[in-house]
Ligand binder design. Structure first.
Ligand SMILES: [Cu+2]
Length: 165
């Protein structure tokens, strides 16, 4: 399938050129992570050598209900948070920390590809009864979102906000 391969190569070359052009206009902290394919909207990965505040989040499901507890968090600008995530439910869930716009875009991708796995600085997938951690520094003021984008979960209530001020 020579034709198929060269088409794919053409598309990825165009994507690299576009990404390179876009990178030159980005602030440094966003450029650093651009090679991973992510531009983190909600801040940046934390530094384990620096102090952090622990916030525990329980991810749960039951008949007709899916949620994060707590689902509203306030942090100070520049603060570093260690999210301790625990999935107490019977289904796999995710915790994806991003802008509302990025989560909305990502949600559309997940609808096409529901088995997409996440193990990123700003997002984890947790199997039932498993725990995970995210260390994150909130370097931008604003309101960000954490969400589970496994189809149907967000609509059932699996979302929350982080207010950074
Ligand atoms: Cu979920």
């Amino acid at each position: 399938m020579m034709l198929g391969k060269s088409t794919i190569a053409g598309v990825s070359l165009a994507a690299v050129v576009a990404a390179t052009l876009a990178m030159s206009e980005m602030p440094f902290s966003e450029r650093v992570y651009a090679h991973t394919g992510h531009v983190f909207a909600a801040g940046e990965p934390g530094d384990p050598k620096k102090p952090n505040r622990v916030i525990e989040i329980t991810i749960s499901d039951g008949p007709g209900t899916m949620s994060y507890t707590p689902n509203k968090i306030e942090v100070r600008l520049g603060e570093q948070i260690r999210f301790r995530l625990k999935n107490t439910g019977d289904l796999p869930h995710e915790f994806l920390l991003d802008s509302f716009a990025n989560n909305a875009k990502h949600k559309i991708e997940m609808e096409k590809n529901p088995d997409m796995e996440h193990d990123d600085p700003n997002g984890k997938r947790l199997e039932p009864k498993k725990s995970a951690e995210i260390l994150w520094r909130f370097t931008k003021a604003g309101t960000f979102e954490f969400a589970c984008l496994i189809p149907g979960h967000y609509e059932t209530g699996m979302k929350g906000i982080v207010v950074v001020k």
